[in-house]
Design a protein around this ligand. Structure first.
Ligand code: PXG
Length: 291
């Protein structure tokens, strides 16, 4: 496996970063998760935009243009001969000293791109739907660490994941500090009520997911009314369908939340329709590359 590391493609065992890198010391950096389907990088521009926006917000200057970064991603895919892949670009503050101050990071930011295969959940879960629970850890408040920033500090989500996992569940529903539904640890949440689609607005402690935006786009094309609306667990429990969206998980049905059945506890019709339309979009749209 070849890893992109600061402008070079190196073997996995040579892809090493200093223990003084502030990404390692403090989670001071940003990342993305991107997928390629059959030699098409899905929503590459959107992911690059979000990466640069996250970096801008934390005042981290990426020493590559957006075009160069996109090319580096494609080069990494080619070097690994991957038609289908999960791509993880990471930019960290770089090497500094044992203090928080990013100004002491004298070197350049570290840039890493890993391209590999991923299948987050077994196929059976997509067929049967998953069961999730609400966890005590609430999503970061935007005033402290805005969930729009895809930073290397993912402890908020990891704590939620641990809490769900300790109770025997694979995913956690996270609320915001006011108790409204925010998102899951690595996915946005949608529900269907009266044939219409609802998801929390991006300002409510959620990451503006690119899969979320794609699903909203598909739904509008299918003339399914969409709402970006504040939601409570009550609305979620009483919805007819529920599903999660994310680059890694794609679209996964949720059939039970906090022991309440959602609809008839089977993946719903609109969820299945959106899933099949999403598959079509990923097969036809994206930045093409040849191996
Ligand atoms: N919310 C959060 C908190 C995320 O981290 C999403 C929503 C979905 O966004 P996209 O743009 O991918 O539709 C994410 C996605 C994982 C994993 O293992 C997921 C993400 C990052 C790292 C790992 O599921 N981000």
């Amino acid at each position: 496996m070849k890893i992109y590391l600061n402008g070079k493609l190196v073997e996995k065992n040579e892809a090493k970063i200093s223990v003084f890198d502030h990404g390692f010391l403090y989670g001071d950096g940003v990342f993305e998760g991107i997928r390629a389907y059959n030699c098409l990088v899905f929503k590459l521009q959107e992911h690059i935009e979000r990466l640069y926006q996250s970096a801008y917000s934390i005042m981290l200057e990426i020493p590559l243009t957006k075009k160069e970064f996109s090319q580096a991603i494609v080069e990494t895919l080619k070097a690994n001969k991957l038609k289908d892949a999960y791509i993880r670009p990471i930019v960290s503050r770089g090497e500094g000293d044992l203090g928080l101050d990013p100004k002491k990071c004298t070197g350049k930011p570290s840039i890493v791109i890993i391209a590999d295969k991923i299948s987050l959940y077994p196929e059976k879960l997509y067929q049967d739907g998953m069961e999730i629970i609400t966890v005590p850890t609430v999503r970061n408040v935007p005033e402290a660490l805005n969930p729009q920033i895809k930073s290397l500090n993912y402890l908020n989500n990891i704590l939620a994941k641990i809490e769900a996992s300790n109770c025997g569940y694979q995913e956690a529903l996270m609320l915001d500090h006011l108790g409204y539904v925010a998102e899951c640890t690595g996915d946005n949440i949608f529900l269907v009520e009266g044939g219409e689609l609802y998801t929390p607005p991006q300002c409510m402690g959620t990451l503006r997911g690119i899969t979320r935006d794609t699903v909203l786009e598909i739904a509008r094309k299918l003339k399914i009314p969409t709402h970006e609306h504040v939601l409570t667990r009550h609305e979620v429990y009483n919805s007819q369908e529920c599903f999660l969206t994310g680059t890694a998980a794609e679209i996964i049905p949720v059939v039970r939340i906090d022991a309440r059945k959602i609809g008839d506890a089977k993946p719903g019709k609109i969820t299945q329709l959106l899933r099949s339309e999403f598959k079509k979009v990923t097969k036809t749209e994206g930045v093409k590359y040849t191996l």
